[in-house]
Design a binder for this molecule. Structure first.
Ligand SMILES: O=C(O)CCC(=O)C(=O)O
Length: 301
């Protein structure tokens, strides 16, 4: 899929340069106020009571942590996942025309809770490659992009992500978890991503980072972890949504997406050999609300 840069420019050439040189870039306020407000309302659908203090035991059990995966079938959250600006950045960053969604996970962390890693929320520095690719990232030819969008203000007290500049982790990127005693020098270079709600950190699968514990006794952090990869990558963590194909909410989602967004979750792209007059007619019948005109064979011949 070729994403038109000019239409969706929320990320600049400087952002891209920073991502390449430093292994990450923080972009404050990448979501518009409307997109952020819609996402917050969307979170209420996915996780009712998520923002209600002091603690909603029914929704959060005793862990103070919940996680949800795409598709949410909540427009605003699916839209952030497949945002044209993210797709455009991924194509540029990975130097590839076609990118696909590798994962999209929502996480809500509450003060005094803990995730499943046994660290509370205070993780050791790690890269993300072990859970996302069968190989080790080639830092000179990256094929995956990781991101975290924050839906709540993140302060030092509210469990910021800490991140290490690529230039300070030379020689370490093939490692996954590095506890403090294994690489004390690396921890000297970590810096917290403290940002207003609606901001994002874009990083690589070879970038050291970690979730941190809450210093505050109360509070909540909602984050959206979205990763893309080059479409030719078979060793990465892309998921199949074919099993959802008969569910009305997923059909509605698929039908309203652009062809670029659909391709990013595995649908055959315009111009793919799959498309013939008869497959086009059959798919149009299966998804009556979908505009199938981008797939029309005659348009390409
Ligand atoms: O939530 C964060 O700030 C980072 C989380 C993370 O790195 C992880 O769960 O592996």
């Amino acid at each position: 899929m070729t994403v038109t840069q000019t239409t969706h420019q929320r990320f600049t050439a400087d952002h891209l340069r920073h991502w390449r040189e430093h292994g990450y870039v923080v972009v404050e306020g990448w979501l518009s106020a409307d997109e952020l407000a819609a996402a917050l309302t969307g979170l209420d659908h996915v996780a009712p009571g998520w923002a209600v203090p002091p603690y909603d035991a029914a929704a959060y059990g005793d862990r103070g942590f919940v996680e949800f995966s795409f598709p949410y079938c909540v427009e605003a959250l699916d839209d952030v996942t497949l945002h044209p600006a993210l797709l455009a950045f991924a194509c540029q960053a990975l130097r590839y025309e076609d990118v696909v969604l590798a994962h999209s996970e929502l996480m809500i962390k509450r003060a005094a809770g803990h995730d499943s890693g046994g660290y509370g929320f205070d993780q050791p520095l790690h890269t993300d490659h072990e859970g996302n690719t069968l190989v080790v990232p080639d830092l000179d030819n990256l094929d995956q992009l990781a991101t975290i969008t924050y839906y709540t203000d993140v302060t030092l007290d509210l469990g910021p992500t800490f991140i290490v500049d690529r230039q300070h982790s030379v020689g370490w990127h093939d490692r996954n978890f590095l506890p403090r005693d294994a690489a004390p020098g690396l921890y000297e270079y970590e810096s917290p991503v403290t940002v207003p709600a609606g901001s994002i950190v874009l990083y690589t699968m070879g970038t050291f980072h970690r979730g941190s514990g809450f210093r505050a006794a109360t509070g909540v952090r909602a984050s959206h972890h979205v990763a893309y990869q080059r479409a030719d990558v078979t060793w990465g963590g892309v998921r199949s949504y074919a099993g959802r194909g008969s569910q009305p909410d997923f059909v509605a989602l698929l039908s309203r997406l652009t062809s670029q967004q659909r391709s990013a979750i595995g649908f055959p792209a315009p111009g793919h050999a799959y498309w013939t007059p008869s497959t086009l007619a059959a798919v149009a019948a299966r998804y009556p609300a979908m505009d199938v005109s981008p797939y029309a064979v005659s348009e390409r011949s």
